[in-house]
Design a protein. Structure first.
Ligand code: ZN
Length: 281
C-alpha cells in the first residue's frame, strides 16, 4: 500500500495540520499578557524602525485591554464555530492594518472561518460530497464532520506532511482531470506566484458543474489588486481587489460573490466585505 492510500484510509474526514489557523485558541488574554506582548513587540518595532507596526500594536493592545479587561463580563459576541461567547474576539495586527475582533479565544477561528461555518451548511446541505480541502483548518473540518456529517473529505497542503495528500502545488496538481465535486481553498491563492495557474488547476480537477469555494484576503471595496514586488511579511504576493473575479471567470463558467458578513445579524465577528467566491466549473 502506498503512503497516500495509507493516509486516506486512516480517517475519512480528512487529516489536519496544526500549522494552519483554527486549531486551538489562546484563551482570553489578561492584562499582564497584553502588556508583556506589547513590550516585546515595542522593542522590536523600534529597532526595525517600523513605526506603522508600532502604532498598530498600540492600537490592538488598547483594544484588547478595553475588550478583555473593562468589558470582561459582557457577552456581546458569539463564535458560530465553537459557541464561545464573550466581550469580543482578540484584536491582532500587522504593519498594514489592525484586525479588530479577529481570533476566537477558544477555537482560534478567524472572520473567514466564522463566515464559512454559516455558508458551508447552505452549500453542502443534502449533498453527496467528494471534497478536496486545501491547507485544511481544523475548525472547519470539525464543523463539516460533526455538524454536516460529511465523510468523503480529503486534505492537501504544500508545506505540511500531516494531510492526506502532502506536497501538492496548487499551480501544478497531480490529480487527474474531473477528480472532485467540491474544493475548499482558504487563504492560499495569495501565497503562490501564479494565481492564474492555480485557478486553472482548481477548475481542471473539478468534475463538470463542480464548485470551488475560495476565500482570499483583499480589500474588496477596491477594484484593483495590488501586486507586491516582493512577498510581504505574511508571504503574500498580492493584496486582492475585485478584479480577481474577472480572472476567475477565465477558468470558471460562473463566479458567485458572497459577503459572509451578510449571513448573520448576530455579532459573530465576521468582517464587512469578507468575501467568499463560489466558482462553478
Ligand atoms: Zn470559536
Amino acid at each position: 500500500m502506498d503512503e497516500i492510500s495509507k493516509n486516506t484510509n486512516k480517517k475519512n474526514i480528512g487529516q489536519i495540520s496544526k500549522n494552519n489557523p483554527g486549531w486551538k485558541g489562546k484563551g482570553e488574554p489578561n492584562f499582564k499578557a497584553i502588556i508583556f506582548k506589547l513590550a516585546t513587540t515595542f522593542k522590536t518595532n523600534l529597532l526595525s524602525g517600523d513605526l506603522k507596526l508600532l502604532i498598530n500594536n498600540l492600537k490592538s493592545a488598547s483594544t484588547n485591554i478595553s475588550t478583555f479587561i473593562f468589558k470582561k463580563s459582557q457577552e456581546n459576541f458569539v463564535c458560530p464555530c465553537c459557541s464561545w461567547s464573550g466581550p469580543g474576539f482578540i484584536t491582532t495586527c500587522n504593519s498594514k492594518r489592525v484586525n479588530y475582533n479577529s481570533n476566537c479565544p477558544n477555537c482560534d477561528s478567524r472572520s473567514r472561518h466564522r463566515g464559512l461555518s454559516l455558508l458551508l451548511p447552505i452549500i453542502f446541505e443534502n449533498k453527496l460530497l467528494d471534497l478536496l480541502f486545501f491547507a485544511p483548518e481544523k475548525i472547519l473540518l470539525k464543523i463539516m464532520s460533526e455538524k454536516l456529517n460529511l465523510a468523503n473529505v480529503k486534505t492537501t497542503d504544500f508545506y505540511s506532511s500531516d494531510v492526506d495528500y502532502p506536497g501538492e502545488d496548487i499551480q501544478n496538481l497531480s490529480f487527474s482531470d474531473h477528480s472532485f465535486n467540491y474544493i475548499l481553498c482558504n487563504h492560499v491563492i495569495e501565497h503562490v506566484p501564479h494565481d492564474d495557474l492555480a485557478f486553472k488547476e482548481l477548475s481542471r480537477i473539478l468534475k463538470p458543474q463542480g464548485k470551488a469555494i475560495i476565500t482570499i484576503p483583499g480589500d474588496y471595496h477596491l477594484n484593483e489588486t495590488v501586486v507586491f514586488e516582493q512577498t510581504d511579511s505574511n508571504g503574500h504576493f498580492r493584496h486582492y481587489g475585485l478584479d480577481v473575479i474577472k480572472k476567475m471567470k477565465t477558468y470558471f463558467t460562473e463566479v458567485e460573490t458572497l459577503d459572509m458578513h451578510t449571513l448573520s445579524s448576530l455579532d459573530y465577528g465576521i468582517r464587512i466585505n469578507d468575501l467568499a467566491f463560489i466558482c462553478t466549473k
